[in-house]
Design a protein around this ligand. Structure first.
Ligand SMILES: [Zn+2]
Length: 429
């Protein structure tokens, strides 16, 4: 009798969980809705303007994990069914604007605007789309609301760049149960497509040679879009070099020589939207050391530098798993990216406000001193090492070295590995 009661109880819990989880087929089609926005402001203010709504052929994300439980990113988009007010989709992400809003220029009150997109499954009924940003205490507060009626004839259904050739590099599972990577090239001429293919093979090889990607390779699909630019190479404004590169990748982003960002979001999304994708990797056809990665936006790496494999994997750690920079000695453009006394949302950086409740505490072996001395005795242990997130004091990283800390590290630390596994799980389950 007892056993039967327990069974009934379990069934009712499972039933309730299912009732709370949004039903994909009830709310969405297999296409994607892309909301293109101009996002501008300065350090204190931000505004949004709608550019356009677009219907794209594929939504590649999970059909069961519609509500984001990872709680990563500077922003989150939440989508509600307009009739019932039920939350049917959410996703955390970060933006170019958020980074720019911490620069000297933004602090001085100069305003700029950046183009960005929200990609979500295409709704079957009218929805309310709400964007929230974290305040200084990392609490999400609404910053923009938009109602979308899927029957609205303004939704643009034009297919762009569909003439570009797509090459399947890895095909392991249906896109709703896989991590779908799309690789785009920037600064490759039409006669350099063979080089793009070779560069993609080499850098993907480096990625899938590292844990946890190595063990989880079968959870990934990879498609390469043969993105053709007029010129070879990417922009380098400080040197006066301006190239006809389709995706607008540029060195000197926020005046940091090695920082490469793409400032042509609309084109980038239009090109990527021709295939199902969860994550964008951009190969910048340049020699100089450089790259950039923003959570849920893209990872960019130059391809012909001796450290390209390091940059490619490091930046993908940012864009795919929301990992923070564990280093603290290099020049960056940001001011006060991690306010004192506030725990960062990044899974691999802690302010250690309570040394008995570190967020990766379950990975710290009993007896390990916290904070952990940065010496050879603790070379291979997980602890809390002071110096992380561009600050030598007050922020801590999980291990002495990691792919998110230095070029010398040939692997991700256990804390970063677990964060990557959780990101993979989000797409495949
Ligand atoms: Zn790490």
């Amino acid at each position: 009798m007892k056993a039967i009661t327990a069974l009934v109880f379990l069934v009712s819990i499972a039933g309730r969980a299912a009732a709370f989880a949004p039903d994909f087929d009830r709310h969405f089609t297999a296409q994607a809705l892309r909301i293109d926005l101009h996002h501008g402001g300065d350090a204190a203010r931000e505004t949004y303007s709608l550019d356009e709504l677009r219907a794209e052929p594929f939504y590649a994300g999970s059909r069961t994990n519609l509500v984001d439980t990872l709680n990563l990113g500077e922003y989150i988009v939440r989508v509600f069914d307009l009739k019932t007010n039920a939350l049917i989709f959410s996703r955390g992400y970060s933006t170019v604007f958020a980074e720019w809003s911490t620069t000297d220029e933004a602090l001085a009150g100069f305003t700029r605007v950046f183009h960005e997109s929200i990609v979500m499954p295409f709704p079957k009924a009218p929805v309310q789309v709400r964007i929230e940003r974290r305040d200084r205490n990392r609490v999400f507060k609404p910053v923009f609301d938009l109602a979308v009626d899927p029957a609205d004839w303004h939704i643009n259904r034009e297919r762009r760049f569909r003439e570009l050739r797509v090459v399947e590099l890895l095909d392991n599972a249906p896109s709703e149960r896989a991590v779908d990577l799309v690789i785009l090239g920037d600064g490759y001429r039409r006669d350099e497509m063979h080089k793009l293919r070779k560069d993609a093979d080499r850098l993907l090889g480096a990625l899938f040679d590292m844990e946890p990607f190595k063990s989880r390779k079968r959870d990934f699909n990879v498609r390469l879009v043969e993105t053709v630019s007029a010129d070879s190479d990417i922009d380098e404004p400080r040197e006066g070099r301006w190239k006809g590169n389709l995706l607008g990748c540029s060195f000197d982003a926020f005046d940091i020589p090695r920082y490469v960002l793409s400032f042509s979001n609309k084109v980038m999304r239009d090109v990527a939207g021709n295939v199902p994708y969860d994550a964008v990797l951009i190969l910048a056809n340049a020699k100089r050391y450089g790259g950039g990665g923003i959570y849920q936006l893209y990872a960019i790496s130059t391809v012909d530098n001796e450290h390209s494999a390091f940059v490619f994997t490091h930046e993908f750690g940012h864009s795919f798993a929301g990992l923070g920079d564990e280093y603290y000695t290099s020049e960056v453009a940001y001011n006060d990216m991690y306010p004192r006394g506030v725990e960062p949302w990044e899974p691999n950086i802690t302010a250690m406000l309570d040394s008995t409740a570190v967020k990766w505490g379950d990975l710290i072996a009993p007896g390990t001193p916290v904070p952990t001395p940065d010496d050879s005795l603790h070379a291979d242990v997980v602890g809390c090492f002071e110096g992380a997130g561009y600050s030598a004091k007050g922020l801590y990283r999980p291990t002495r070295d990691c792919r998110m800390f230095s070029k010398k590290a040939d692997s991700f630390c256990p804390v970063c590995r677990r964060a990557i596994e959780r990101a993979i799980d989000h797409y495949v389950k």
